[in-house]
Design a binder for this molecule. Structure first.
Ligand code: ADP
Ligand code: MG
Length: 582
């Protein structure tokens, strides 16, 4: 926690408590009260958008629809089915969550734009249903006389009390959404948002995480809508239309999509702004629109994003001495083959990026894969980590067939990797990046949240980056980002580590440090499958080398033999350094 939050949190708590108590002591006039009621219930739906859009990066233009489902749950539940208020509310929330899960599950395999389109369609269909299923929803006339509940014998018929309930629920939801951000699920969502491919590869089941985010968001939308129905006593389909979904989206973006407080701020502002601008009469809409656009353009991270940056750079936390990183698999001494690649082919249309390659990697050894540019090395790693399905052939890890598994399943099986072009979660801190790595499923070295933190710090310490744990990873220089990526893979305690050109883009000193690091890894008995262009590095590190050219294996053996092999020299056509060519 930074020094700022020490003041911010008590202040927020004070404001929250005051907002609940004040109306009870000093009743608010009806009009203002309605505004508060609207703001409080809308803010719950906007907090739902914080989860799905702010955390998970998935755009949903159907939030007003879920809000409406909650509202109709209460309205139909109480007035048609004569159920108690809270049963109606539960029903509405459940239906919203269920439909959210179904909609998410059926569309989240598709990318961003499709999701936006599908949610728009869903929103439109829902409006049509609410308008036309007259026997149930009373159609465009809407439903009147929605009652308010009592709670523990206290009637909430009185508007100030009912508002108190709404605010209480709102703050509970706010705290939940704020808390969610730092949990395993919340970090998984942010990983998906920042870099979906990397999230998969470090073990996040991205599809499940996205569906969960979508479902949670719909649940919160339904909750807000249900309380809205009780607040106003009357609802009609036009209150839950596409336009309202856009308003909710604007609210979350305006406040700062990835902060719970931001959502509440954005909602309050967009509901109050029209009131403040009322004196402008005719020009009001234009000024209102302009104000919103200006805020969005000049504060891309929203109002809260900007405010929270005013506090200056993050304060570094004192964390004591990190644990020593345990590495390598316990069976290392047993030897044998850890990785077997058999007749592996990967074709892209007519291009044979890999064309029947066999490689065997011994447990506890460093095996290098080299070859000219475009020879299929990265493709090989992408097949090994599950990003591509092989066209032919198979891959076995520890005797178990793994080809065809999803990347997160391979990660769970103990295959870690880094990328040729670094793929970090750029809006997160160094430590958060590595924590996400440590959270991989079946990580025997880190199971409780406390162990995960310690494991992540140990991995950072191993690569020499522990002192930078609290910095944003995007602020680090390139060489350090490479180290963080390696630490993220190590935190997952892999039995096999795949490294794609770890030395690319490093200067001479950094390269030497990298060699030192890789040697320490090898010394721990960790099996490394290493791609690099730097023959010097490969020769220093590798126990065995396989050479690819045009997707085919052209040589394999001990470094000294392979690097002097005439076919290899011919393949590189002068790319081979002097000492190897000699
Ligand atoms: P290397 O890592 O050895 O430089 P790659 O594995 O990246 O080589 O690429 C091998 C060949 O496969 C190249 O010709 C490349 O253009 C092609 N290739 C790689 N990925 C794809 C893809 N997703 N779609 C089509 N072609 C690809
Ligand atoms: Mg490559």
């Amino acid at each position: 926690m930074t020094s700022r939050s020490r003041y911010v949190i008590p202040l927020l708590l004070l404001a929250a408590a005051a907002s609940i108590v004040l109306p009870l002591v000093h009743p608010v006039n009806g009009y203002l009260l309605n505004l508060f009621m609207q703001a409080a219930t809308y803010a719950m739906a906007v907090l739902g958008l914080t989860v799905v859009l702010g955390y998970a990066g998935q755009i949903s233009i159907a939030q007003a629809g879920f809000f409406g489902l909650g509202a109709y749950g209460v309205a139909i539940g109480t007035t048609v089915l004569h159920l108690p208020f809270f049963i109606g509310l539960a029903l509405g929330v459940l239906v919203a969550g269920l439909l959210g899960a179904v909609l998410g599950a059926s569309t989240l395999k598709l990318g961003g734009h499709y999701l936006a389109m599908v949610t728009i369609s869903f929103q439109q269909i829902l409006t049509l249903v609410l308008t036309n299923w007259i026997s149930l929803t009373r159609g465009p006339d809407g439903i009147r006389n929605i009652p308010r509940p009592s709670l523990f014998g206290v009637s909430l018929e009185d508007s100030d009390r009912y508002l108190g309930l709404c605010l209480l629920v709102l703050y509970a939801v706010g705290v939940f959404v704020w808390w969610l951000k730092g949990t395993k699920l919340g970090l998984g969502m942010q990983a998906v948002r920042d870099n979906e491919l990397a999230a998969e590869v470090v073990g996040v089941d991205t599809y499940r995480v996205k569906v969960t985010a979508f479902c949670l968001s719909a649940l919160l939308g339904g909750l807000g809508g249900g309380l809205f129905a009780g607040g106003f006593g009357y609802i009609s389909p036009d209150q839950f239309s596409f336009n309202e979904s856009v308003v909710l989206l604007t609210m979350v973006l305006l406040g700062g999509a990835d902060a719970a407080v931001g959502s509440v701020v954005g909602t309050a502002l967009l509901i109050l702004l029209p009131e403040w601008l009322r004196f402008l009469r005719g020009a009001y809409l234009a000024v209102y629109g302009l104000a919103v656009i200006l805020i969005m353009v000049f504060m891309p991270t929203g109002l809260w994003g900007m405010l929270s940056r005013l506090g200056g750079p993050p304060r570094l936390r004192e964390r004591g001495v990190p644990d020593v990183l345990t590495l390598g698999d316990p069976d290392a001494a047993a030897g044998g083959l850890l990785l077997e690649i058999k007749g592996l082919a990967k074709h892209f249309g007519g291009l044979k990026a890999l064309d029947g390659v066999d490689i065997s990697v011994e447990r506890g050894k460093v095996h290098a894969l080299i070859g000219p540019n475009g020879s299929g090395k990265t493709t090989m790693l992408n097949v090994l980590s599950g990003i591509y399905r092989p066209t032919r052939g198979e891959v076995l890890v520890d005797g178990v067939k793994v080809s065809g598994l999803a990347p997160h399943e391979l990660a769970a099986a103990g295959v870690g990797r880094t990328f040729q072009n670094i793929r970090l979660f750029l809006s997160l801190t160094v430590l958060e990046n590595v924590v996400i790595g440590a959270q991989r499923p079946h990580n025997s070295a880190a199971q409780t949240p406390d162990q995960v933190q310690r494991r992540a710090m140990a991995a950072l310490d191993f690569v020499g980056m522990a002192a930078r744990a609290d910095l944003k990873v995007a602020s680090l220089p390139y060489g350090h980002q490479r180290l963080v990526e390696i630490a993220r893979a190590l935190a997952g305690n892999p039995t096999l580590l795949l490294l794609d050109e770890p030395a690319a883009g490093l200067n001479l000193t950094e390269k030497q440090e990298l060699v030192g690091l890789l040697k320490r890894l090898a010394g721990h008995g960790l099996t490394l499958f290493l791609i690099d262009h730097d023959m010097n590095l490969v020769e220093q590190m590798a126990d065995r080398i396989t050479v690819l050219n045009f997707g085919k294996r052209i040589a394999e053996g001990a470094p000294a033999d392979v690097l002097r092999h005439p076919d290899v020299i011919a393949a590189y056509l002068g790319e081979v350094p002097d000492d190897a060519a000699a």
